[in-house]
Ligand binder design. Sequence first.
Ligand code: ZN
Ligand code: ZN
Length: 333
Amino acid sequence: MSTFSERLKLLRKNKNLTQNEMAKIINSTERGYRNYEINKFTPTLDILIALANYFNVSLDYLAGLVDIKEEAIIPTGTFITVLGSSGCRYDYGNDTASYLINNKVIVDTGWNLVENILDLGLNPADFKTVLFTHFHHDHYIALPQFLFYHLNEGRSLNELTFVGPGELHMVVALAMNFLQVSRFYENAGYPKCTEIRSGENITINIDSGTKLFIEAHKSIHPVDGRYYCVTDMVTNSKIGFAGDTAYNHDEIAFFKNCDLLIHECSLGGKHTGDNLYLHSDAEEAASVAADAGVKKLALVHYPARIRTECFDSAVNKFKGEVLTPIKGDVILC
Ligand SMILES: [Zn+2]
Ligand SMILES: [Zn+2]
């Protein structure tokens, strides 16, 4: 059996697809497709490219020339990889609202951060920077696993930089205690925790391809939270992360002309009654997007069952592109 046949079979099984379903994806017959998996025939270059794109791996990986599952298409501009977009308790297959910027910087650590990064074929220990919107559990719960992954890989926690509201110091200390770091690890180091206040900004230099200018503003939420405007200084793209917040006018000036605004709509299409936990609905998210003149709006932080309701409500108010991304989606900015 060739490495190609083995890899093809494995990739298909990882996606839970039958040979027949896979055949349809590449416009082939089940028998034609099966011949590739049993190494009777080798696909044409067109089909190989279609397979590599579908599985998001490189041709070299598919052919067995390299063992790293590189992504076939690496966007050249600024891009957001969605790790999840669900409400507080994640939907199976879609984590709570959390993202990667250019696959380099993490925004919030939902329930399954480590697995989400592994699913992309990336190494969680290669991520050094996390931006936190606030410290409700659904936005930081995987922090201990993330730290433990670094420790397990023998990396020093000194390599890590966390940015967020002041409660960051307390939550990181709790995570370190929970992991019993001083008992089990010598010279583990400690993450650099940078508090960012409303009105402040910070520049994060990752490498020659990613240099981010991050502005913060206080959100309207039961705990101290931030929303962020992130400018990619290499491409000049601007991305707004609303985090969790009740609708408020400050958002409009703050998110002015963003290429992409990622906004919560925990309250569904349109809410009536009280707003005890201080969130937004989709109509409010859309009116911020419209009034701020953003190009694209991505709705997040709601359970899957109300996706259509949120989308329908937003497209009524905002004439730009409205997205309802889930785990694994890549948004180009
Ligand atoms: Zn939340
Ligand atoms: Zn919250």
